[in-house]
Design a protein around this ligand. Structure first.
Ligand code: FAD
Length: 440
């Protein structure tokens, strides 16, 4: 008896989508898997988030590339669900639909002055330096002496490190040309990393924190009085180990102290809550309030102080961007789901399922678990009933939407690598240029 192939649609070709595609492709022979992405390029935050000077981390893209190139798998880049095709249409087309759209919207600080010029969310800033094409031209202002970065995670460290590095230190990165010029023209003297809670609560990984000790033109500044001698009893074992390692690095930075007179200073400021951004049309000063941590929460002390901040970048987390019809948990900013199940035939994995936490390998475990769930749900019913590609292709063609396919992405990749001049690649950053390369 002939079975019709099962049709699987995956929205988002980042790590989570690729891991799901790989797992389902291995178990369901003959499956037709379509992977949509709003960008003409695949790999989500591996290309658009992971720091350009951490090329080793980006190597995982080679594995995802193999997944996209497998028989039965199609890449449909430059197709935004919610704009070019609707969620309802995808549900009608695919036997199984998996939403892996990540979390791309910046959480807001919610303080006065956030609307001033030279105040940015890290999502926007990181996408800019990683060469992600934007709907509107974005050129951040880095024309002052002082930059404040709010947040105590690795994203804040990435931004501070890239701003602190010299052109030579960035030579082996794939930082895009527009950011290289802007960084080279900047005359930043002070970078402030601001955390609401204490150093033991920071979610820095120790290796990334330690990189600040090796930068050629940047000195670190840590107030030894801010470093606890004892860790809170309620810390779990993993967090305790991380906090101990991080504190050791921070103590080293505190000891170097003011005698380190290099021209750029990276200040680690803990227990400080942003209250307002002041300025004359653009940011000039960040007003902060001292906090103390009680039972894991930052409690305000009433003591206020200000730092100069000509640019303010918030790195306090992200929310997913829902498209019409998608069940959404607005409070948490994630796709509404129960262990990955959204509604019959629809599943979710990755950052849009769990929230914006966890490194790339964490998505693998999550995606494999969701793939197992899907396999259990369709047990015995692995033949397709829905029209799959035939419906999607006719809808897109009728709207004049031309997806960038896997071969198109390979042409973009080849064009970027060919222009590299000693770098890993020279990224194409304008949508028109990306589409022209894909269709060349
Ligand atoms: C700044 C930054 C630095 C990081 N650095 C590291 C690091 O060094 N090491 C590490 O292991 N992890 C790092 N991470 C974490 C890592 O990037 C995430 O764990 C991972 O990318 C999450 O994968 P995902 O597939 O769930 O989401 P994403 O990677 O965000 O992929 C989601 C995909 O969905 C697409 N999409 C969104 N909406 C639509 C739509 N409507 N239609 C079609 N497509 C859509 C997006 O274009 C994107 O390609 C970093 C994260 C950030 C933000």
């Amino acid at each position: 008896m002939n079975h019709a192939p099962i049709h699987i649609g995956i929205v988002g070709a980042g790590p989570s989508g690729c891991y799901v595609a790989d797992a389902l492709g291995r178990k369901l022979s003959g499956a037709r898997i379509d992977m949509f992405d709003r960008l003409p390029t695949p790999f989500g935050l591996v290309r658009g988030g992971v720091a350009p000077d951490h090329q080793g981390t980006k190597n995982i893209a080679r594995q995802f590339e193999r997944t996209l190139g497998k028989e039965g798998v199609r890449f449909l880049g430059n197709v935004a669900v919610g704009r070019d095709i609707s969620y309802e249409e995808l549900k009608a087309a695919y036997d199984v639909l998996v939403i892996t759209i990540g979390a791309l919207d910046d959480r807001r600080l919610g303080i006065p002055g956030e609307e001033l010029d030279a105040v940015y969310g890290s999502g926007q800033f990181v996408a800019w330096y990683n060469g992600i094409p934007a709907d509107r031209e974005f050129e951040p202002r880095l024309d002052g002496k002082s930059v404040a970065i709010i947040g105590n995670g690795n994203v804040a460290l990435d931004i501070a490190r890239l701003l602190a590095k010299t052109a030579d230190e960035l030579a082996a990165s794939d930082l895009c040309a527009r950011a290289r010029s802007a960084f080279a023209a900047a005359r930043i003297e002070d970078i402030w990393l601001i955390g609401r809670r204490g150093p033991a609560d920071a979610s820095f990984t120790t290796a990334e924190l330690g990189e600040f000790g090796d930068l050629s033109r940047a000195a670190t500044r840590v107030d030894a009085a801010q470093l606890p001698t004892e860790l809170p009893a309620e810390l779990g074992e993993e967090q305790r180990k991380l906090a101990e390692r991080n504190l050791e690095v921070l103590r080293g930075y505190a000891q170097r102290g003011a005698q380190d007179d290099r021209p750029l200073r990276v200040h680690f400021v803990f227990n400080a809550r942003p209250l307002a951004i002041h300025g004359d049309g653009r940011a000039r000063e960040l007003l902060l309030e001292r906090t103390r941590v009680e039972h894991g929460r930052a409690v305000a002390s009433g003591e206020r102080f200000a730092i100069a901040a000509d640019t303010v970048i918030s790195a306090i987390g992200y929310r997913s961007t829902a498209f019409p019809g998608l069940p959404f948990d607005a409070a948490r900013g994630v796709v509404a789901n129960d262990q990955g199940r959204v509604e019959p035939g629809v599943y979710t994995a990755g950052w849009c399922k769990r929230g914006p936490q966890g490194v790339i390998p964490a998505n693998r475990a999550d995606s494999l678990a969701v793939a197992e769930l899907i396999l259990a749900d369709i047990a015995g019913g692995a033949s397709g009933e829905k029209p799959g590609r035939a419906l999607v292709d006719s809808l897109l063609a009728g709207r004049g939407v031309r997806p960038v396919d896997f071969a198109g992405w390979q042409k973009i990749n080849a064009a970027e690598v060919a222009a590299a001049q000693g770098r890993p690649r020279e990224k194409l950053v304008r949508l028109d240029d990306l589409l022209a390369a894909a269709r060349s």
